[in-house]
Design a protein around this ligand. Sequence first.
Ligand code: NAI
Ligand code: MG
Length: 350
Amino acid sequence: KTYKITLLPGDGIGPEVVAESVKLLDVIAEKSDFSFEYTEALAGGAAIDARNDPMPQETIDACKASDAVLLGAVGGPKWDDLTGAMRPESGLLKIRKELAVFANLRPVAVPPSLAESSPLRPAAVIGVDLLTVRELTGGIYFGQPVGNDGNEAFNTMRYSVEEIERVARVAFEWARKRRNKVTSVDKANVLEVSRLWRDTVKALHKKEFSDVELDHMYIDNATMQMVINPRQFDVILTGNIFGDILSDTSATLGGSLGLLPSASLGKGTGLFEPVHGSAPDIAGQGKANPIAMILSTAMMLDDLGEGKAATAVRQGLEAALGHNLRTADLCHEGYTPASTSEMGELIRTE
Ligand code: NAI
Ligand code: MG
């Protein structure tokens, strides 16, 4: 079997970290009965420079025709003066919309070898292994009507049963592959939308996923729990705005943005990208941490149904972190600095 992968390296450190993923996938293909066929396409600032469009139609077509899309990052100071649909980031919104990826998955795992780099107390973060499943294409960020007359403004939070069910299904299915627990986060004590959310999640659970442990938590409490006792979470299921805030809160646990992967999934092709941006301050210097991109690649392998290969990648990473090499973002006293490609190679060979 050959998987078609579209690569969107993008800008800044994007191409540097995507290169490490490709080298890793090539090593995996050598040891497996499947292989990868890559199509590289333009996105973000690179596409603005070449095509005057941050997400050209040819890129969209390539993405839709592939089994998965790996994206580095887009944007940077060179394109900061552009506005609206010409901005690199609007290209990103466009491809998410075109692929109709309604579930955004952001896992955070803190192995003991990394806990010391967390800004929070190591004791509370050691062993954290959670996954936020955030609804990405609905809720208050998209709900109509929207208005602002200068004196009064409003947004609308809306969810339908169908929208809630499809993202809840993703959360329950991932829980089965993990520690079999879902915490659904809402504000059902105040919001009508959250009451529908909670009822819908409960009904789906009863009907299709009663083997998975389910509990419910209010967003305010969940944010506090994320700080004081994040180990209690396995899969967190939540809507667009709550998920935005909660997943950024969880991002502090790992100690570096360079560690955090994401996957955006819909009915068809999934989009896999690190949480971080193009990091212009370190671009072109071989300083970028490739781990976020490599973990995003592992999520891609999971989504393609190659769970064994995904596990092998995570084990290689864990073994690599047993050595005292670290990229600059995690390089404390007692560690030896490694470049992007040295870190990538260590993970590949472990
Ligand atoms: P950023 O994530 O690029 O960088 C924030 C800080 O984290 C910087 O100090 C950077 O050096 C560090 N960092 C990020 N990734 C790292 C890695 N892999 N290894 C080591 N250090 C890392 O966010 P920032 O600076 O706010 O944005 C820079 C550009 O990226 C902007 O143009 C922004 O719009 C864009 N951006 C793009 C995203 C995407 O493509 N999904 C997401 C976030 C920002
Ligand atoms: Mg955010």
